[in-house]
Design a protein around this ligand. Sequence first.
Ligand code: PBG
Length: 344
Amino acid sequence: ARQDEVPATALQSADSLGLIRRMRRNRKAEWSRRLVRENVLTTNDLIWPIFLVDSSQARTPVVWMPGVDRLNIEEAVRQSVEAAKLGIPAIAPFPNVEKSLRDATASEALNTRNLMCRAVRAIKQEVPELGIICDAALDPYTSHGHDGVMAGETVLNDASVRILTEQALALADAGADVIAPSDMMDGRVGAIRAGLDAAGFDQVQIMSYAAKYASAYYGPFRDAIGTNATLIGDKRTYQMDPANSDEAIAEVALDLEEGADMVMIKPGLPYLDVIARVKDHFRVPTFAYQVSGEYAMIQAAALNGWLDGDKAMLESLIAFKRAGADGVLTYFAPRVAEKLKAIG
Ligand code: PBG
């Protein structure tokens, strides 16, 4: 018997609109929804940002990011082992540097025995198969909390790029697989590429924070790395204006010309349009950073019982895939990976 000959209820047939196309038909059962699904989130899409601190305690909670802790080096190694076991391809460590080590020129950033370099060495030794993506930016190391060095009120571009290049070399030497410049100085991708190549690190990749906006959503991150206390003013002379998206295309074009292997858009959910435009335009590996404030919003609402945290987490992440992202930096990474493993 044909499907439409199955007797319908009196109510259904009486009210039938005689539609030819019914979009709901493909949604009628789970097997069918699975079959027509356009995008999938997998563990391969995840990059896990972690916070490091020099401490005798394994973990110290980040108050503004419930569920996220700063890790000492031993704990960071343990967590990296777990992340690799879960199948997470890469981590992105960020340091909370002791106040006394921060100065005007970010000299600690160039110390090859600094927290980041020691952590990267320790993690690489224990889990060499796990990718390590290291931020190039000076804000964890400067007394004023800016991503570059300053003269008066001005964040200097070219002088900052010289220091960032040295920082990148220290990180590459420690074993960083990828350098991720998050500073938004002009010309830093080209300078870092040249510096890496000249030092024999031609296999070290660059994931540029190509379109990074001056965003309120970084607040909890600044709590995590201790720059809320240090930051003087704001970052609008180097990070992008949230009103712009043509400018994002220009930023990405420059970073690609200068040698970026992968590009990133940041923040994530409020900038899905930018992710989609960049992916459509350049067709290169494109990543999204679901930043600290996005994490905090979902967690805060979930902890209040105002939304289903797991569902909101997964929905936020599939949105990045739908927009065209190849992967996402997310503080949810281990939780998502566990969840995806459980679903199978
Ligand atoms: C610093 C940096 C920031 C983030 C990553 N690298 C903050 C900032 O620019 O002030 C934010 C990440 C997040 O909010 O999760 N260069």
